[in-house]
Design a protein around this ligand. Structure first.
Ligand code: AP5
Length: 250
């Protein structure tokens, strides 16, 4: 059964940076497998945005979507963590805002994402994760003539999100997202190398949620014509199935 619905008519290259564990071995593009090596599923859309509160499952769904569809996954959070990890001036400034659970200023984020969208691997199709997060960012994309064919919003009650945040763990070698309870590692070997993001604490999730909740309405206004709401409070495979159904029906 499809629980996704349209309101009107309506790929995350995860990287790292802000973390408590060791540095990853792979770069931000490691999840984007070379074209031709994947079992690609054809779909009619090739410009997809995915949004939702912290830990609503954006990255988890993007792992599955980018693995099965010919879309380059671009995550604003991952691009920022890579910048932080590189220790650049922008990275140092971004870290202050990320640690506070606030939006990183546009002068850092807007150009960073636009440049990434213009790289060759993104020209054929992209899955933009966690961007835009404000009206200004949406307007900047409009000005650059960048518009999604579909805007997916993962809806999960706030009460569920804290548990997801504090239990999240990441594999620095593969980039895969785990959860101690809901998606535990497959082996002891993987379990031993998992790391936790430094903003994944009960304390830091509160301002992150507030930031999301105070900005989301403006974004939805910008994309109301392509908005598809997905119930993210279900098993991840069910969420994925609903997204597939929604994409198929476009
Ligand atoms: P970002 O990295 O984008 O963080 P976020 O939006 O808070 O989202 P998360 O990465 O925390 O969660 P997710 O939705 O990807 O969930 P996941 O799939 O991992 O941004 C970080 C910071 O960067 C921001 O706070 C901000 O400071 C800055 N920033 C980012 N974008 C910006 C922008 N555009 N402008 C300005 N600043 C920006 O899942 C979470 C956990 O739940 C995992 O453990 C997973 O296994 C589990 N899980 C997933 N799905 C399910 C399910 N269906 N059932 C049970 N468990 C599940």
């Amino acid at each position: 059964m499809v629980t996704a619905y349209r309101t009107e008519r309506t790929t995350r290259v995860r990287c790292w940076g802000t973390r408590v564990g060791p540095a990853p071995a792979l770069s931000s593009s490691r999840r984007t497998q070379p074209r031709g090596t994947r079992n690609l599923t054809r779909m009619a859309v090739n410009k997809v945005m995915i949004s939702g509160a912290p830990a609503s499952g954006k990255g988890t769904q993007c792992e599955m979507l980018s693995g099965n569809y010919n879309l380059t996954h671009i995550s604003a959070g991952d691009l920022l963590r890579a910048e932080v990890g590189s220790g650049t001036a922008n990275g140092l400034k971004a870290k202050e805002f990320m640690d506070a659970g606030k939006l990183v200023p546009n002068e850092i984020v807007v150009t960073m994402v636009k440049d990434r969208l213009n790289q060759p691997d993104a020209l054929a199709g992209w899955l933009l994760d966690g961007y835009p997060r404000s009206k200004d960012q949406a307007d900047a994309l409009e000005e650059a003539n960048i518009r999604p064919e579909v805007f997916l919003l993962l809806e999960v009650p706030d009460s569920i999100l804290v548990d997801r945040v504090v239990g999240r763990r990441l594999d620095p070698e593969t980039g895969k997202i785990y959860h101690l309870k809901y998606a535990p590692p497959e082996s002891e070997e993987v379990a031993e190398r998992l790391i936790q993001r430094s903003d994944d604490t009960e304390e830091k999730v509160v301002p992150r949620l507030e930031t999301h909740n105070s900005n989301v309405a403006a974004i939805l206004d910008s994309y109301s014509d392509v908005l598809v709401r997905i119930n993210g409070d279900q098993a991840k495979d069910k969420v994925y199935a609903d997204i597939q159904e929604a994409l198929k029906s476009l």
